[in-house]
Design a protein around this ligand. Structure first.
Ligand code: HEC
Ligand code: HEC
Ligand code: HEC
Ligand code: HEC
Ligand code: HEC
Ligand code: HEC
Ligand code: HEC
Length: 368
């Protein structure tokens, strides 16, 4: 009897939580949710034992929680017993994400004991240890194929905590926005993607530049992309999506080089959405090719897109221009480090790079 009562209490609690989740959704998400209705994990074909798979007499089974998810999302295709009179066995094999979490660049789900479902983000105490668990990005009670992060907590672009994130990036902002415990090399993503910036990749809002000769035909200036368009398992080899782990530096879906010391630099990631022929054909910046590939005859070495562009967004300039201080310094003549846009495909740069002063150097029609 007490068992049944517990189940009723928890179910009631649960549906109160569910109805709140529905209210915080955007129109588009609501319509998807309504058409799919129930979470993947409540469909008996996916999870024949229902709540019991993860809760013992409705307490959480606990332990290292990713191992519980790996019951079905790991490489061991376990057989779950279904509680009929004959105790039938059934194999449930969902996508095996465990391999991606053993890749060199990954979210550290193996660190255990740090997640707390009542945690309020962003973290304001720099001493709080960093972590990332399945449950920080997913809620198995709500997730549906179209919205794998549905029901997870988030932080919006203004830094406000949300019990139910409406957008994928809000999940990421919990730990990669203003969080005080970020590693020092990481920048605040809320600042980089702020729609008030002169330029940004269109994650939070559509972009500001309506003339980009390089964009692939599937995209235009009204397109939005996601963090997971660039970050996640290597899309050439992994059938499964997810910002889990990758062999590529910075957990990227395709190879990308930031450092100049690399023997064979690769910019595949950018060429997924910006046509390589256009960039190297100098259709916008007339000196793209010589900067990217270098000029052998003059013994000039090529450099990365990140030397001139901040791949997320620029708080100062158009075209994502933000020079990487590892390679670019102030011009020794004018003592300035500055970019000036001077009309369509023309501008000036004041800087010093590879011991060459630009005081300034001009391009495009301003190059008189
Ligand atoms: C796939 C695994 C899974 C299934 C199936 C599942 N739960 Fe959970 N549930 C969890 C996990 C994991 C937590 C802990 C969440 C956390 O730590 O962030 C949890 C937490 C809860 C909580 C605490 C409040 C909350 O939402 O955080 C309640 C209540 C609950 N579950 C009820 C249920 C009920 C009722 C069912 C069946 C209708 C169910 N769960 C099915 C994994 C599951
Ligand atoms: C009883 C098996 C089972 C367990 C345990 C389980 N899942 Fe799943 N999960 C599935 C199945 C089946 C799918 C659907 C896969 C497909 O369609 O290819 C799925 C899909 C998902 C998806 C994709 C979005 C969606 O809802 O369709 C996410 C995210 C997910 N699971 C997270 C988790 C997390 C986190 C845990 C641990 C708390 C977990 N799962 C535990 C069976 C399980
Ligand atoms: C609960 C906290 C948490 C959440 C939520 C989270 N991350 Fe992370 N992320 C981490 C931790 C911890 C690391 C390991 C390095 C560190 O401390 O930042 C990491 C590492 C990364 C890295 C690699 C950074 C590097 O220096 O190579 C990327 C990229 C990343 N996360 C992107 C994302 C994206 C995209 C999302 C949203 C889908 C997200 N993260 C959500 C905690 C989180
Ligand atoms: C257009 C592709 C793209 C998008 C979209 C994107 N990133 Fe990145 N991100 C990169 C690249 C490339 C790097 C590594 C090179 C660099 O930092 O210059 C990187 C680096 C990072 C790093 C580690 C270094 C740092 O700057 O902190 C984190 C953390 C990160 N991204 C998180 C995110 C989050 C969170 C989102 C979404 C809000 C996001 N990224 C969206 C391409 C992208
Ligand atoms: C998933 C697709 C995608 C990827 C990958 C991608 N971009 Fe973009 N990028 C876009 C879209 C869409 C826009 C258009 C934004 C607008 O209209 O303002 C854009 C705009 C830009 C702009 C111009 C911004 C402005 O305001 O003028 C630059 C510069 C840029 N991207 C550089 C890069 C670099 C460098 C990389 C590789 C690290 C990269 N992009 C990878 C989709 C992508
Ligand atoms: C840092 C955030 C983060 C963490 C931690 C994380 N995921 Fe995900 N996961 C995502 C995102 C974002 C997507 C959706 C990517 C997309 O839409 O391209 C996803 C997608 C998935 C999918 C759907 C895959 C597909 O191709 O349909 C499954 C299943 C999944 N995650 C399970 C897990 C499990 C199990 C864990 C823990 C072992 C986990 N995730 C940890 C962010 C995360
Ligand atoms: C030496 C600095 C420098 C480097 C290196 C560089 N860019 Fe640019 N890029 C610029 C400047 C300056 C502009 C603005 C041109 C204008 O005035 O419209 C620009 C504009 C762009 C644009 C927007 C217009 C368009 O072509 O669609 C994209 C996209 C872009 N760059 C991508 C890249 C990629 C990808 C790489 C690396 C493979 C890269 N850039 C390397 C300086 C650079």
């Amino acid at each position: 009897m007490r068992g049944i009562l517990k189940v009723i209490i928890f179910l009631t609690l649960h549906f109160i939580i569910l109805s709140k989740a529905v209210f915080s959704l955007t129109k588009e998400e609501k319509s998807i949710l309504v058409s799919s209705r129930i979470s993947t994990h409540y469909i008996s074909q996916n999870n024949p034992n229902g709540c019991k798979t993860c809760h013992s007499s409705i307490g959480y089974i606990g332990g290292d929680e990713e191992n519980q998810c790996y019951l079905c999302h790991g490489d061991s295709k376990v057989k779950l017993s279904i509680e009929t009179k004959k105790k039938k066995l059934k194999t449930v094999s969902a996508g095996d994400v465990s391999k991606d979490f053993s890749k060199p660049y990954r979210h550290p789900v193996e660190k255990s004991g740090l997640h707390n479902p009542l945690e309020k983000y962003p973290i304001v105490d720099p001493k709080v240890p960093r972590h990332a668990e399945c449950l920080d990005c997913h809620n198995p009670h709500y997730s549906i194929p179209e919205l794998p992060y549905l029901g997870a907590t988030g932080v919006d672009i203004d830094g406000k905590f949300k019990q139910y994130a409406d957008e994928e990036y809000e999940v990421c902002f919990k730990c990669h926005g203003s969080a005080m415990n970020k590693p020092p090399y990481q920048k605040d993503k809320q600042k980089e993607f702020n729609p008030k910036n002169p330029s940004y990749h269109p994650v939070v809002d559509i972009g500001k530049n309506n003339y980009l000769p390089s964009l692939v035909k599937e995209l235009n200036y009204e397109s939005k992309i996601k963090c997971s368009s660039c970050h996640g398992a290597d899309e050439r080899y992994s059938k499964l999506k997810g910002v889990h782990g990758s062999d590529n530096d910075y957990l990227l879906v395709l190879p990308y080089t930031k450092k100049e010391e690399v023997m064979i630099p690769r910019f595949d990631l950018c060429y997924k959405c910006h046509r390589k022929e256009s960039i190297l054909g100098n259709q916008s910046f007339p000196y793209h090719r010589e900067h990217i590939e270098g000029v052998k005859s003059r013994n000039w070495q090529g450099t990365s897109c990140s030397t001139c562009h901040n791949v997320h967004g620029s708080t100062k300039y158009k075209f994502l221009i933000e020079f990487n201080p590892d390679y670019v310094q102030k011009d020794s003549v004018s003592n300035k480090l500055e970019f000036l846009s001077e009309g369509l495909f023309s501008g000036s740069c004041y800087l010093r790079c590879h011991n060459v002063d630009h005081s300034p150097k001009r391009y495009g029609s301003s190059n008189k």
